[in-house]
Each structure stands twice: as structure tokens, then as C-alpha cells.
Design a binder for this molecule. Structure first.
Ligand SMILES: [Zn+2]
Length: 250
């Protein structure tokens, strides 16, 4: 993993690196691991920039809501994935991840976290989530989906958290898995839905179908049907709606 500290007061330490690598390694070596959902190849090619809280604020308008005092923050408040363009705009697709260790540190001390997830665990959770976005990017010379549109957030954020739970389940399905699941359960709704996807065991290839679907112009009716399904109160409906959209290759 390639970290570059832009202006963060908190560095990624050797201990942090050992912990993060251990999680990726252990998951990969689990006998039930499906290599198709692996993020390893992206760890080498997508750089991770560390930002201060101050620098993160410049992106908060794109990265939607900041903090809700009654919930854990959205993952994107702590870090985000973005396509950068070079200054001449001749290269349209340069993937990059930005992380704010300061915000991660503050989040673990919030009362609703009840100190359950620790700093290194939350840092790792954010990193897996953002690399999942990198994997689900189409990598083409096309428009980056507009994530201010609820529809995109309600598909991609649960999926990115599903990747987190898959990794932590294969890491040992122990303490880290449980605290991360609890953390996600107190995140904003579109993030929390990642737990539903995991618990209802959606097929491992959903992310792939979503990637293919994003390359197309998704019609309005499919979007409306999907949003109706997920806004329904019934727990099962969300996964059904999700499977309908993402289980079948389009
Ligand atoms: Zn996200």
C-alpha cells in the first residue's frame, strides 16, 4: 500500500501497517476466500493520501453530509475515493484514495461508538471500504457516477461495506468483525444496508454486475423500482430489490 502524507498530523505507523496487512493476508489465506472479491491488486496501484481535518473540509460538499450527532459518521466523512484528472485533463482516470486519520481518531471516541471499535480497526475498515470503491470503478473514459444522487449511494455504499464484512469475516469472524458490524449498524442508512447484504448472503458477483451496469445508462424506471424497494420498511425487501438490480448480469 502506498501512503503519502499531505498534511495529516497523524502518520500511518509501522504498527498500523502490520495490522492492515495482516487483515488482508489472513482473509486471502482463508480456505473459503473467493479471489474474485480480492482488493489486493488495487493496493499496489491506487495511492492513499493522508489529509488533515481542515483539508478534508474542502471536499465535504461533494462527499455529502458531514456529521450526524446521533450516528457514526458516513465512511466518506473519514475517507473517500476519487478520480483525479491531470492538469491538462488528457488522462481522465487517475484513481486515488484520501483518508483523514484525525477524523478516524475522533470517531472512535464518540459516545455511540462506546469505544468498541479501536483506531486501527476503524482505519482498516475505511481502507477496505475505499478500495472496494476503487474496484467498483469502471476505469473507463466515462462519466464518474453522480454520488449526490441517492440511487448510486444506495447501491455502492452497502456494497462497499459488504466488502468490509466479507474481509473481516474471512479474517476470523471474531472481535473485529463484530465491532465493525456494530459500527456499520450505527452509520447512515445507505451504509448500514451493507449488513443486510452480508446477512442475506448476496451472491459474490453482485459487485461485478453493478460495475457493468454503471457503464450503461441506467433507466429511470429501474432506479425508481430500486429506491421503492429499499425505502420499504420490510428487512427482506432491500436485499430482494438489490438482487433484482445486481444479481443478473445486464
Ligand atoms: Zn463509500
Amino acid at each position: 500500500m502506498n501512503f503519502f502524507n499531505v498534511d495529516s498530523q497523524i502518520e500511518i505507523t509501522a504498527f498500523d501497517m502490520v495490522f492492515i496487512n495482516q487483515v488482508f493476508h489472513a482473509a486471502k489465506n482463508s480456505s473459503t476466500w473467493n479471489p474474485e472479491i480480492s482488493l489486493t491488486e488495487y493496493l499496489k496501484i491506487v495511492p492513499v493520501f493522508l489529509l488533515s481535518d481542515n483539508s478534508m473540509q474542502k471536499f465535504d460538499y461533494v462527499i455529502r453530509k458531514s456529521e450526524d450527532p446521533d450516528r457514526n459518521p458516513s465512511t466518506e466523512y473519514l475517507g473517500f475515493y476519487k478520480r483525479l484528472t491531470d492538469i491538462t485533463e488528457s488522462i481522465p482516470y487517475i484513481p486515488a484514495i484520501f483518508i483523514c486519520p484525525e477524523r478516524i481518531w475522533k470517531s472512535i471516541n464518540k459516545p455511540f461508538n462506546k469505544n468498541k471499535i479501536n483506531y486501527q480497526e476503524l482505519l482498516t475498515k475505511v481502507i477496505i471500504h475505499e478500495f472496494a470503491h476503487a474496484k467498483m470503478d469502471t476505469g473507463r473514459n466515462d462519466k464518474f457516477p453522480d454520488y449526490s444522487e441517492e440511487f448510486y449511494r444506495y447501491v455502492e455504499e452497502p456494497l462497499a461495506n459488504w466488502f468490509v464484512l466479507k474481509y473481516l469475516y474471512h479474517y476470523g469472524n471474531g472481535h473485529f468483525f463484530n465491532v465493525a458490524k456494530e459500527f456499520i449498524n450505527s452509520q447512515p442508512d445507505e451504509y448500514k444496508k451493507g449488513v443486510d447484504l452480508f446477512e442475506n448472503s448476496i451472491p459474490d458477483n453482485c459487485w461485478k454486475n453493478w460495475l457493468e451496469l454503471k457503464k450503461t445508462e441506467i433507466n429511470k424506471k429501474d432506479k425508481v423500482d430500486y429506491m421503492n424497494g429499499i425505502k420499504s420498511k420490510a428487512f427482506k425487501d432491500f436485499t430482494e430489490s438489490f438482487k433484482k438490480l445486481c444479481s443478473v448480469p445486464k
